[in-house]
Design a protein around this ligand. Structure first.
Ligand SMILES: Nc1ncnc2c1ncn2[C@@H]1O[C@H](COP(=O)(O)OP(=O)(O)OP(=O)(O)O)[C@@H](O)[C@H]1O
Length: 275
């Protein structure tokens, strides 16, 4: 039975993810539709970046099925995977701009690499995307001449310049001042509405993201803790959800990295050497 509806862009069905034999997240059921902005929230080390890696085909699921644009990721070959990735924009946590290229050329890079657009088309597209992030008049600058927050906005312009069908944002609000933060949130919403693309937003910023997202998936304790609209999460009496939403240090959210046999092995080994 095909469980994918035509407007579904990304779907995870009963997916477990991890590295080697260590399971990080299990039994994930997630769906992102066209035009929808979805937030992925959870504590540090809960597996959010791991989930993004799985969605982009960088790591295979240990169990379950990941479908992107209707294609089962487990069955696609390298060429198809490359095509699928081209229809996807990713804004990584560390903006990952090319330091030897200036602002304009960084945003132009995907167009020059992946399209046959003429330089005059590229000129218009890049300036329009820089305009969208408020940096049109910074097009001529070198990366060494812009601030960290501006660099993140350049990275955002680059992530949307190909007008992708799915955009993955890894902590787009990190390191932004309150004005840039609000502007970036609005831009993410407007981009989704205008391109009718799906958007996945990894974030710790509950307040800002809840203003613009349609749906929230909250991960923790190795699983999906809750899925729902921002209002449903706010109304939830799940203690983990409440602790996370209110940023309380007391509660079920574990701050400590979990003890593992690998750590114990390393610890004993080190101790032996100290004797
Ligand atoms: N390449 C890897 N190999 C082995 N383990 C990894 C690897 N990458 C991440 N992990 C482990 O997977 C777990 C989840 O990490 P992940 O980066 O997905 O968390 P996160 O929710 O994005 O965290 P943060 O909010 O701190 O960025 C962590 O315990 C981490 O140590």
């Amino acid at each position: 039975m095909n469980t994918i509806s035509s407007d579904t862009i990304l779907q995870l069905e009963d997916v477990s993810l991890g590295y080697g034999d260590r399971v990080i997240l299990s039994d994930l059921n997630i769906r992102v539709r066209k035009g929808e902005v979805v937030a992925l929230i959870g504590g540090s080390g809960s597996g959010k970046t791991t989930l993004l890696r799985a969605a982009t085909g960088q790591i295979p699921p240990m169990r379950g099925k990941i479908t992107l644009y209707g294609q089962d990721m487990a069955t696609v070959n390298e060429n198809t995977l490359r095509d699928l990735r081209q229809r996807m924009g990713v804004l990584f946590q560390q903006g990952a701009l090319f330091t030897d290229l200036g602002v304009f050329d960084n945003v132009a890079f995907p167009l020059r690499e992946l399209t046959h657009d003429s330089e005059s088309v590229i000129f218009d597209k890049v300036l329009s995307k820089l305009d969208a992030v408020g940096l049109r008049s910074a097009a001529h600058l070198k990366l060494s001449e812009i601030s960290g927050g501006m660099a993140r906005r350049v990275a955002l312009a680059r992530a949307i310049v190909l007008e992708p069908e799915l955009i993955l944002y890894d902590e787009p609000f990190a390191g932004l001042d309150p004005i840039s933060l609000g502007m970036t949130a609005q831009l993410i919403r407007e981009t989704a509405d205008r391109l009718h693309c799906g958007s996945v937003l990894i974030t710790h910023d509950i307040e800002e993201s809840f203003n613009i997202v349609d749906y929230v998936y909250m991960v923790g304790q190795g699983k999906l803790l809750m899925a729902g609209t921002p209002d449903e999460l706010r109304a939830s009496d799940n203690p983990y959800v409440q602790q996370f939403l209110h940023g309380s240090p007391q509660g079920p959210v574990v701050f400590e990295y979990p003890d593992t046999p690998h750590f114990q092995q390393w610890y004993q080994h080190r101790k032996e050497h100290l004797k």
